[in-house]
Design a protein around this ligand. Sequence first.
Ligand code: ADP
Ligand code: MG
Length: 360
Amino acid sequence: MRIQGIKIKGFRNLKVVDLTFEEGVPIHAFVGSNGQGKTNILEAIYLCSLSKSFRTRTNSDLVGFEEEFSSVKVDTDNEKLEVIVTARPAQKVLKVNGLKKSAPEFIGNMRAVFFSPDDLASMSFAPKLRRRYLDIVLSQLNRGYLDKLMDYNDACRQRNSLLKAIAEGRADTDELEFWDEKLAQLGSFIAQEREDLINHLQELVRRHYREISKSDAEVTIVYESEVRGVKPKELGDLYRNGRRRDLAVCQTRLGPHRDDLKFLLGGKDMAFFASRGEWRSLVLALKFAEIDLIRERTGDDPILLLDDVFSELDAERQKYLFNATGKSQTFLTTTHREFIDALPAAHTVYRVDGGLIVSS
Ligand SMILES: Nc1ncnc2c1ncn2[C@@H]1O[C@H](COP(=O)(O)OP(=O)(O)O)[C@@H](O)[C@H]1O
Ligand SMILES: [Mg+2]
């Protein structure tokens, strides 16, 4: 997979960015001081891969303050991808080769892996980020997964509103049957997919962790889920049996939306004793495993987006990062030019200043 060019208009502080990327140059580096729009460029590319941003759920945040809409176009070897976001009303339109698509149809056309210092710092304490890691990998590999995950989240919201209506005497408990059944079907599918993925990732993550940390410490990923291995029929019963508990708080307290991952290092729970350096190695290992899995399943190299990672990584880890990126086309940001000079492969440098590319 290769991006031939991008065109960005009115996206956050980016006024107009129009770049064509030379074939045979694998690394594209965006350099500039803080707040100039470097991360915004990666965010725009990411949007064309995953249909969502990595830093906001509010679409209108993506539209420039003075603009009515923003548009990002990415031309790959295979397709022309486009995301248009309007501020008022806040709407997002996804297009592949000029035709409107749903999110599950859109994702998977261009697979990208994103590295950020935030992930490096917060995977250790945010269960939501750990779930998101699984969901992003699965969504890029299997369209049906995202479809079902979106249906599941929607059904969860509907069931929660219904719980509230029942608690206020506006609806009848029998009406829960439909949602309990739906959540059972979708929930058990999601849990099974997550479990299969973790089984596949296990060896890959172990190997990368050993190499990154230069130790023989063994990482184990544990899928912590109340619904793991539960068949749809049993899960339906669990939802039914949990109705009283759920009605008390007007919330669905069971299901894959409460899943988590636990990581063991040498058999001990990392949450309680791992150092920052060990977490950092683990997050890198998870990312490299994601790249391997995409390569293995699709036969294609994902696009890599590296946001300001140099400052977080020592020289050894930086070297490992560039070895593991292999043939992937890579877009990176940095505030320090000296990192660029040390890059191992052919690269182009773009200077970002005030939302514009001022030179390359
Ligand atoms: N919707 C928006 N409209 C205009 N500017 C925005 C919007 N959202 C964020 N910005 C601006 O974008 C800049 C941050 O860009 P970013 O890409 O994160 O910078 P960096 O170069 O440090 O990575 C900030 O100055 C911020 O105010
Ligand atoms: Mg940044």
